[in-house]
Write a protein that binds this ligand. Structure first.
Ligand SMILES: [Zn+2]
Length: 288
């Protein structure tokens, strides 16, 4: 099945009170692990690509070629969207041209008027081409590709303003942050989330920084309208831990243990296990 945009899968998720996971990819192993797990669990999935990861993988065209090739060769039949994560205005245009099926335009660092202006233009382009588009209001804390946000709560009125521009899904800061959560983290602001959903109605809401948010908070956020949850750091930690274990056990020094197909296998399996755990938690299993 070719790439699809994220609109239908998220509309269904919002109506069915579950969430679709966005898992960020970094290379072939990552992409294959996520696609195979989605297929095994019969779950829709969104592959996220940050601008940094796009560069690392030799550009957006390489990413599109790799993902499209895998969809065909691995006979993937569940809905898959290829989505630019935290895109700049220029990055969004480049991904649209390269063949992504979905983009995020992160204009949260612009004054609201400029965010509105640029979002409007990209919404028009995406509508014309059949892509889905995510916008962000209120910066999301932590560090993402060198951009450090403070973890603020979005203004519900500003969320309504951006939602009304015709975006497909809206990311709003509700105290969530990227990366590992600090010990003294105050938790998600459900009052903010509730106020945003009251004003934005059917709009699927997006929760960034899904790594380390306790399961009960994830479930409550889904009950309050979150239909897409981004997971990035957790797969990285799982991959690194499994790879470390393999090397510390000296397995790379035994026989042909240095073969990258063997060396990367435990990390690959760790990503699969993490994705499975998240899909089960988010409720997207058997929702393809
Ligand atoms: Zn994010």
């Amino acid at each position: 099945m070719p790439l699809v945009n994220a609109k239908e899968m998220l509309t269904k998720a919002k109506a069915g009170h579950y969430a679709v996971g966005q898992f960020n990819i970094n290379n072939l192993e990552w992409t294959k692990a996520i696609l195979l797990t989605a297929q095994e669990l019969n779950s829709p999935v969104i592959l996220g690509v940050s601008e940094g990861a796009g560069k690392y993988m030799c550009g957006y065209k390489t990413v599109v070629g790799m993902v499209n090739g895998m969809l065909e060769e691995l006979k993937i039949t569940v809905p898959v969207a290829l989505h630019l994560d935290h895109g700049s205005y220029e990055g969004a245009k480049a991904c649209i041209a390269a063949g992504f099926s979905s983009i995020m335009f992160d204009g949260s660092h612009y004054p609201i008027e400029e965010n509105v202006e640029k979002t409007k233009e990209l919404v028009a382009t995406c509508n014309e081409l059949g892509l889905s588009i995510e916008a962000e209001v209120g910066s999301i804390g932590g560090e993402e590709d060198g951009v450090i946000g403070a973890g603020e709560c979005a203004d519900p009125a500003e969320c309504k303003m951006i939602a009304d521009l015709g975006v497909t899904m809206l990311a709003a800061g509700i105290g969530n942050i990227h990366g590992k959560y600090p010990e003294n983290w105050a938790g998600l602001s459900f009052d903010t989330l509730d106020a945003i959903q009251q004003l934005t109605g059917e709009m699927p809401l997006v929760l960034h920084g899904g790594t380390g948010i306790p399961a009960d908070m994830i479930k409550k956020a889904i009950s309050l309208g979150v239909s897409k949850i981004n997971v990035n750091t957790e797969c990285q930690l799982a991959f690194a831990a499994a790879t470390r274990e393999y090397i510390e056990a000296g397995k790379d020094l035994q026989g042909k243990g240095f073969d990258p197909r063997k060396l990367l296998a435990p990390g690959f399996q760790a990503i699969k296990d993490t994705v499975k755990e998240k899909m089960e938690l988010f409720g997207s299993v058997d929702k393809a």
